[in-house]
Design a protein around this ligand. Structure first.
Ligand code: GRF
Length: 223
């Protein structure tokens, strides 16, 4: 039974590809979270597997194909119009591979989260696994953050760390990190749906305290 009498948090998920994070969130909402509901999945690419996952879960899907627009601003406007039809309380970027304009981002201030495969603020941008290997790091990880105008620069909510092994490749790191992504994203969605977490300015409030550092959700390694 729901802890809150108010309406479930209405969520729009933006994807560009496989949608395994979308799947983790769909599954968790179905099992554990009746305070949240995904009202639409929007992809900037047609024919991606994430759209199949959404349809299998009876979630409405939309495609706003960025290749059909002359510039970023007109794509962002079309995307914004589409999202706003659903009046979501939360927009989740789940492998959404488009850089969003400042106007778009500020329209959703405090309502948009992203998952990024690095221990932010380190390794913003793409190819994080290879760059972690190239830099000789022994630790890698995943971050979930509120989205602000700065690319991968919004306040970080939580992180999980993994150890880099001597024989790791960018593929093996990506695979281990995805397990963490699928564990963390549903947790954050629950926190927001249960009103335990929100953004104010450049800060994150969690259980009524301003976060001084990201919540560390690293799983203790098996002994
Ligand atoms: C994830 O690895 C995420 O960190 C990155 O894009 C990938 C999306 O994977 N932002 P999926 O589409 O959720 O399977």
């Amino acid at each position: 039974m729901s802890m809150h009498a108010d309406k479930p948090l209405s969520i729009v998920v933006l994807i560009s590809g496989n949608g395994s994070n979308l799947q983790a969130i769909i599954d968790d909402i179905a099992k554990n979270n009746d305070n949240a509901c995904i009202t639409a999945v929007i992809s900037n690419r047609p024919d991606v597997y994430g759209l199949v996952r959404a349809k299998a879960a009876d979630i409405p899907t939309r495609v706003i194909d960025h290749t059909g627009f002359d510039d970023r601003l007109s794509f962002d406007q079309a995307l914004q119009d589409c999202i706003d039809e659903y009046q979501p309380g939360l927009i989740i970027l789940a492998g959404f591979m488009r850089i969003l304009s400042p106007t778009f981002v500020s329209h959703y201030h405090g309502r948009m989260i992203n998952i990024h495969p690095s221990l932010l603020p380190e390794f913003t941008g793409v190819n994080t696994h290879q760059r972690v290997l190239d830099a000789g790091r022994t630790e890698h990880g995943v971050s979930i953050h509120f989205v602000t105008e700065e690319l991968d620069g919004g306040p970080v909510i939580c992180q999980s760390r993994i150890q880099v092994k001597a024989n790791d490749t960018s593929k093996s790191l990506a695979m281990r990190l995805q397990i963490e992504e699928h564990r963390l994203y549903p947790i954050v969605v629950q926190w927001i749906a249960n009103h335990r977490l929100y953004q104010t300015g450049h800060q994150v409030v969690f259980d009524e305290h301003v976060l001084e550092a990201p919540v560390d959700l690293t799983e203790s390694s098996p002994s």
